[in-house]
Design a protein around this ligand. Sequence first.
Ligand SMILES: NC(=O)c1ccc[n+]([C@@H]2O[C@H](COP(=O)([O-])OP(=O)(O)OC[C@H]3O[C@@H](n4cnc5c(N)ncnc54)[C@H](OP(=O)(O)O)[C@@H]3O)[C@@H](O)[C@H]2O)c1
Length: 207
Amino acid sequence: MRILRQSPTSHLVVACGSSGARLSAELGSGGHAVSYVAAGLVSLESVRSDATEIRDRLDSGELPPLRGFVGNAGMQYTNGLTETPDSLESTFAVNVLANHLFVRPLQDRFTAPARIVITASDTRFGDFRHNLGMVPGPVWHSPDVLARTGAFTGRTPRPPGAPRTRRANWPPSVSCTSTRAARPAGIDAVAYNPGFVPGTDLARNAD
Ligand SMILES: NC(=O)c1ccc[n+]([C@@H]2O[C@H](COP(=O)([O-])OP(=O)(O)OC[C@H]3O[C@@H](n4cnc5c(N)ncnc54)[C@H](OP(=O)(O)O)[C@@H]3O)[C@@H](O)[C@H]2O)c1
């Protein structure tokens, strides 16, 4: 809403899951140009195909020059064992890889000045001030370990808070990889932390 308010001639492409059709209809109801790509961020193939669809629409001139990307989708799978069709751990796949893979095919289509914003989280600090005691501190493993299920199962049979440890681990990965992946001149890459936002669906799979 804010993007369209500030820049009413923008064409907003909503790449979203189940809520995307309703959301794009609402956003477009004021006469704004809004279209919708049914994005399934769990599967690598689906992410690539969504990004390629947008790239093709840019190349054909159907969409105006690309000025921004907002990677806000996120999920918190609580068991740390939920696998994607690519045999990756789902939280890592959605929260880290999907942003990276989505931006990559579009990387040379951004027209400066442009901005890439990835929603991150302060849970990476691991202290009470930042996580309010609800998310354990991060435990660093290399990405090839974090990308698979069972990265934390060596600690105890089912480590308390392990899945959320996974959550605490991902924000730095997101900001680092995105910043590195998208650095042509005039293209800003920003990690945005909204702070604690209760009442969202982020923990829909949590107890
Ligand atoms: N809530 C907090 O306290 C907090 C704090 C710091 C950072 N954040 C971050 O803020 C962002 C937004 O989260 P939120 O709290 O607003 O939760 P939310 O209401 O659940 O929003 C998450 C969004 O991600 C989409 N999504 C999840 N999995 C997807 C998938 N596999 N494919 C496509 N879309 C998918 C959801 O789409 P559907 O609903 O259509 O499935 C939903 O629109 C996340 O990146 C989260 O990590 C949240």
